[in-house]
Design a protein around this ligand. Sequence first.
Ligand code: PGA
Length: 251
Amino acid sequence: MRRPIVAANWKMHKTLGEADTYFRRLMTLVPEVPEVDLVICPPYTALHAAQRALAGRPIYLGAQSARPEREGAFTGEISLAQVKELGATHVICGHSERRALFGEDDQLVARKVWSSMEHGLVPILCVGETLEQRESGNAWSVVEGQIAAALGELELSDPASLVVAYEPIWAIGTGVSAQPTDAQEMAARARRWLVARFGTIGQQVRVQYGGSVNRDNAASFLGCDDVDGALVGGASLDPDNFWKIAQAAVG
Ligand code: PGA
């Protein structure tokens, strides 16, 4: 049995005050022992406050990105060691917005994934195709290429140390989600790849779906056999919505 994992990607949203209000509300909703792993990925500016606000609660913190280098001349960037110090346990790697807007290529994404694991952080590896690639029948070959580039050389001994998020780019932030059957098909293909590469450990790696997940459609994705959770953007900005989505993961 794979334990569901539902992650909130706040992107560039919320001041410290807004984050504080969010955490106060979320803590009234989440029970002492939730049946789902919850990960909040706030902006870097709110990570430390989140760590304090959520201390002792079964809610993980993630960074939306981080550089793999230990330190150096990377103006405006932040390292994996630094986000770990702020309380992060997870790191989103290769989100399509980072790939498209900040020029992150497969090689850098791979280094982020490997380096995250070396730091004891769980990478959430994002993969997904554009609408054009889907319509030309190349969705899986694109996604397979992204997965292979990031994970092909990886040693994996603990399935809990990696999460893969299938996020079709055309469904992110558009309000147009994929069909659950598409999400299931791609998640199943990703899992077959993971099993071929890592054996039985691959069977236990969790695969999320992301792209316009909301409280109304969450159950249709989270009910799919190979979809073990969701990576949620817009709908995660409201704690009640986020918790409703998380509840859909446990049926
Ligand atoms: P969305 O974003 O839920 O707003 O579509 C998902 C993501 O970017 O991970």
